[in-house]
Design a protein around this ligand. Structure first.
Ligand SMILES: Nc1nc2c(ncn2[C@@H]2O[C@H](COP(=O)(O)OP(=O)(O)OP(=O)(O)O)[C@@H](O)[C@H]2O)c(=O)[nH]1
Ligand SMILES: [Zn+2]
Length: 348
């Protein structure tokens, strides 16, 4: 096990795209030693990406937008929306100027989209988001708990805090879904087109929040309310976001009250292939200790799949409710049923 490999302190760089090295290996030489000419580098957040050009916000200020290329020395190091980067060169942001990205900071969280026909690798599409807003309509289209469960797995394993947003509450009541997820202690917000989404705005304030949801659930309706001048603010990027090309992966839009919402129009399903059962158990602290006593390779599903699983003992001794264990196991099996669910997604 690597020095940082224990428990939750995941080293996301090790999980990155397998066709590139993100950073030089640890323990060889000082990793982030800057060249002298990079001493004047400025820090920025990547807010958009389009064919070899990254739109960056200096110091995370939405008024200071700079377009940058990736410095040659970075090779094919992935740089995605949400990444914190160091820029050199012309960082004035004036038309036709181009800065250079010379460094990508370690990521605090990752959201991956799945591999598909056009791309055999799971790619990180959003870095460093603190929250994942899972947008689901209460009707038209009807809610699908399988999608919510996979989103939860992606959030827990990627280091994002999940928030469920139930839209179109004018068409159906949210009670059933709220009950189904009550055990997770996840914030659940309910919205409808004819009301201002104040709860959502409050929850997103000063955070970087990735937003995910199926087509037609009301994401655009919600984003337009949260970011009234999205088109003006995003400039270069909004031109990209309008199409439905496969290159469109994510775009960060500045919230008027501070923070960013990252829309993910290109993501149809999540990359869950790298996720281990223990990554999900880690989001359920009361089960972590017992999981360590399980037979090696335990999937924690209980009998019949994992007969020696120790998680049941936590419920037996009263330290957790059956509902919590059921919720955890539902998420674990949503990961285990990955292939099936992806096939299901493919025909949509
Ligand atoms: N009844 C009702 N309809 C809504 C509500 N929110 C959005 N809609 C409608 O649902 C449809 C889809 O809304 P969009 O905001 O475009 O959904 P989207 O998730 O952005 O969909 P894509 O653009 O396909 O990704 C539109 O016709 C909206 O008018 C709501 O709260 N109630
Ligand atoms: Zn187990």
């Amino acid at each position: 096990m690597s020095p940082r490999g224990a428990g939750r302190g995941k080293d996301w760089s090790k999980l990155d795209e397998s066709d590139v090295r993100v950073r030089p290996g640890r323990g060889t030489r000082p990793r982030t030693k800057r060249r002298p000419e990079h001493a004047d580098a400025v820090t920025a957040m990547v807010v958009g990406k389009d064919r070899g050009r990254w739109t960056c916000s200096l110091e995370g200020d939405p008024e200071q937008i700079v377009v940058a290329m990736r410095a040659r020395e970075l090779g094919r190091t992935p740089v995605v929306v949400g990444d914190s980067v160091d820029l050199v060169g012309d960082t004035s942001g004036k038309p036709d100027t181009l800065a250079r990205i010379v460094r990508v900071a370690d990521r605090t969280s990752v959201l991956r989209r799945t591999a598909d026909d056009t791309d055999p690798f799971e790619r990180v599409v959003v870095a460093n988001a603190s929250q994942l807003l899972i947008v689901v309509a209460l009707a038209d289209p009807p809610p699908r708990t399988g999608f919510i469960d996979r989103a939860l797995v992606a959030a827990y394993a990627g280091g994002l805090e999940p928030v469920l947003c139930l839209t179109k509450s004018d068409l159906a009541a949210p009670d059933e879904i709220i009950t189904a997820y009550a055990e997770l202690a996840m914030p659940i917000l309910v919205t409808r087109q004819d009301k201002e989404p104040d709860d959502v705005a409050e929850r997103l304030r000063d955070q970087v929040t990735a937003l995910i949801g199926h087509s037609g659930v009301g994401k655009s309706t919600l984003v337009n309310k949260l970011v009234p001048d999205a088109d003006r603010e995003t400039g270069v990027v909004s031109a990209v976001g309008k199409g439905r090309h496969t290159s469109v992966t994510a775009v960060a839009l500045p919230l008027p009250t501070g923070g960013w919402v990252v829309d993910t129009p290109g993501i149809r399903s999540f990359g869950l292939a790298h996720i281990e059962p223990d990554d999900i158990v880690a989001a359920f602290p009361e089960f972590v200790e017992a999981a360590e006593e399980c037979p090696s390779g335990c999937g924690h599903l209980g009998t019949p799949e994992d007969p020696g699983c120790m998680l049941d003992t936590v419920v037996a001794d009263g330290s957790a409710t059956t509902g919590r264990l059921d919720s955890l196991r539902r998420l674990l099996s949503s990961r285990a049923g990955l292939d099936e669910s992806q096939r299901e997604q493919g025909v949509e």
